[in-house]
Design a binder for this molecule. Sequence first.
Ligand SMILES: O=C(O)[C@H](O)COP(=O)(O)O
Length: 265
Amino acid sequence: MFKALKEKLSNLIMKTNRLVLLRHGESEFNLRNLFCGWHDAPLSASGLEEARTIAAANLIAAKLVFDKVYCSTLSRSKRSAEVILSEMKCSFLPTVSDWRLNERHYGNLTGANKRDMANRYGEEQVQFWRRNYDGLPPPIETSNKYFYHICNNPAFQAVPIDQFPLTESMRMCVDRVSPVWSEIRKEVLEGIRVLIVVHGTVTRALVKHIEGLSEEQIEKVNIPNSVPIVYEFNMKTGELIGGSKYLGDAKYIEKMTEKVAGIGN
Ligand SMILES: O=C(O)[C@H](O)COP(=O)(O)O
């Protein structure tokens, strides 16, 4: 009786912690509708602007504060995090750049226009490469314009040679992200308030881990740039409380999500 009451009381004063996921601002390659993957495309002018006026503005409006930030080793992720932190007046926060949070490698599609590829191979094939859980683009070839830029990018110095990808499916990306997600989850459950600023497919991989979605379910998820996604966890049990909460204007989020889902012009 006393034990049950104690449990009830401890549930009432349940300690929770939040985690926020964010996809970087629009990149030059997003703007030009090009497959990007491990190519280190910078943010576009609107990407920089939306990191401030959408990402940071919504985090500030929701009064969210952070103790630690995670991003990838690609500049569009790092730069978005810098802009957001500066806008939130907390550039002093420890920021971890981890290569395991890099975007999924798009193989030989890197640098190709998504619409051109749909005209050449058909929309179904392109959507298979983009969203099927096991859709594996052809490996990047030395003749690809971005092959040497990618191989020689100092941002990938920490990548073990036997783990350096030439292409990746969503499944491979989910597996790559898994150990770093376990590390972040542990910190979140210890009470560290974490912000993760990463990429479209890596955000989807994290959403799959966090929400426990099936392979079929995650194929239908599309992530707009610069829209914060908030999760809340029970720090004792590790359970997710409720679902995801997207911060910002619902109409804008819907429009941008549809844009990401489509192949573009
Ligand atoms: O790498 C890319 O091109 C983008 O970050 C993700 O593109 P997708 O929405 O076509 O997977």
